[in-house]
Design a protein around this ligand. Structure first.
Ligand SMILES: [Zn+2]
Ligand SMILES: [Zn+2]
Ligand SMILES: [Zn+2]
Length: 339
C-alpha cells in the first residue's frame, strides 16, 4: 500500500481516511491519479460513501466509484448487522482493487449480456446459506467472514494458519485471472505442467479433500493444504500469495522499511538483508529472494508482540517456481509486472 499525503497540508494520511486530522481537509481516494484529492464542487464522493463506508472518488455526483461499481449484490440497507459486515468487506475489496490497478491487472466491469467481466455478490448468510467462491467471473463472499469471531472459529476448525477477508478476495480474484492471464491453449498447457490439469473433476476432488485431507508431504508442492484439493485451487492459492507478497513488499517500500539482517556475534548473516524499494521492477527470483528476509523479520516482529506470524507459510522450491510463473504472466499483461 502507498502512503498518502493530505491534499491540503501534505501530512501523512492513510488509505481508509476521509479527512485530515491536522488541517481538516475532506478528501477522497482518486483511482485515476492514485492519490488523495480534496472533495469539492469538482470532486464527488462515491454514492456508497455512507452504506459501504467508501472513501473513493466517483466520476460524477451520484455515481459509484471503480470499486463499488463491481459489487452486484449487497444486503438491504435496513439490515444493519449485515451492512456493518459489508463495510468491512468493501474496505478489504478496495484494498484488492487498489493493488490490481497498481499492478496494471485489468478489472473489467461485468457485462451481464455477454457474461464477461467481474462482479461481487456480498451476501449475508443469516437468512440463507452462502458459499464463498468464484463462478464465471462472479465472486461470492459470505459476509459472516467479516465477523472476527466467526472467522477465527472457521480458521481453527479447518486448521488454517491464516484467514482474512482480504485473503478471500485475493484467492477468488485468482480464479477470475486464470483465463485472463492464460488466454490460449498453449498458456494453459504451460500452467498444467506446474499446477496440474484444471479440467479435473472438481466435485470428486472436493469430496476426496474433505474425506482424506491433504497428502502428508503437501508442503513440497503446495503453498497451503487447500491448494492440494484441485489444480484450480492450487492456482488461486498461489495467485493469492503472489498478491500477499507484492502487497507487503510495496507497503514496506512505501515506508522506507529495510532489513539489514540480524546482528549476530559473528557479523551479519549473508542473504538476510533487503531493501524492498528495489524490488518493484525485478524478476521473480529477485522478488522472492527479497521477500524471504522481509517476511522472516516481520514474523519475528509479530512474535515479539505475542502474535502469530505475519506470513505463516513456507515457500518450497516448487512453490517458488509456481510464483515465478504467475509473476511472468502478470508481466505480460501489465506494464508494472515483471520486467
Ligand atoms: Zn491536511
Ligand atoms: Zn465506492
Ligand atoms: Zn477457490
Amino acid at each position: 500500500m502507498t502512503v498518502f499525503a493530505c491534499p491540503g497540508c501534505g501530512q501523512l494520511v492513510y488509505f481508509a481516511n476521509t479527512a485530515c486530522l491536522a488541517c481538516g481537509t475532506a478528501f477522497a481516494f482518486d483511482p485515476a491519479s492514485m492519490a488523495m484529492v480534496a472533495v469539492g464542487p469538482e470532486v464527488a464522493r462515491c454514492a456508497n460513501a455512507e452504506v459501504a463506508a467508501c472513501n473513493w472518488r466517483a466520476a460524477a455526483p451520484g455515481a459509484l466509484c471503480d470499486s463499488c461499481v463491481l459489487t452486484r449484490t449487497r444486503p438491504a440497507e435496513d439490515d444493519l448487522d449485515a451492512i456493518a459486515q459489508l463495510q468491512v468487506a468493501e474496505g478489504a475489496k478496495r484494498r484488492l482493487v487498489f493493488q490490481l490497478l497498481r499492478l496494471g491487472l485489468p478489472l473489467e466491469v461485468r457485462d451481464e449480456a455477454r457474461g464477461t467481466g467481474v462482479a461481487f455478490d456480498l451476501l449475508s448468510s443469516t437468512e440463507q446459506p452462502v458459499t464463498t467462491g468464484h463462478a464465471g467471473g462472479v465472486i461470492t463472499l459470505d459476509l459472516a467472514e467479516s465477523d472476527a469471531v466467526h472467522r477465527e472459529k472457521v480458521r481453527t476448525l479447518l486448521s488454517e494458519p491464516y484467514r482474512t477477508v482480504l485473503g478471500h478476495f485475493r484467492h477468488e480474484i485468482g480464479h477470475y485471472f486464470f483465463p485472463v492471464l492464460l488466454p490460449g491453449e498453449g498458456d494453459r498447457e504451460a500452467a498444467r505442467g506446474l499446477f496440474g490439469d484444471e479440467r479435473e473433476d472438481y466435485q470428486a476432488a472436493l469430496d476426496r479433500h474433505y474425506a482424506q485431507g491433504a497428502p502428508e508431504q503437501w508442503g513440497e508442492q503446495h503453498v497451503s493444504e487447500y491448494a492440494t484439493m484441485h489444480p484450480a485451487e492450487d492456482w488461486a492459492e498461489t495467485f493469492a500469495h503472489y498478491l500477499h507478497i507484492r502487497g507487503v513488499l510495496h507497503t514496506a517500500a512505501s515506508w522506507g522499511l529495510q532489513v539489514r539482517g540480524p546482528q549476530l556475534p559473528g557479523g551479519t548473516q549473508p542473504g538476510l538483508s533487503v531493501d524492498p524499494a528495489g524490488l518493484e521492477e525485478v524478476d521473480a527470483e529477485g522478488l522472492i529472494g527479497g521477500w524471504l528476509p522481509l517476511s522472516y523479520a516481520l514474523n519475528a516482529v509479530n512474535r515479539s508482540m505475542g502474535e502469530a506470524d505475519l506470513y505463516p507459510f513456507v515457500l518450497s522450491p516448487v512453490v517458488m517456481t509456481k510464483l515465478a510463473f504467475i509473476h511472468d504472466r502478470v508481466g505480460r499483461v501489465s506494464p508494472r509486472g515483471a520486467r
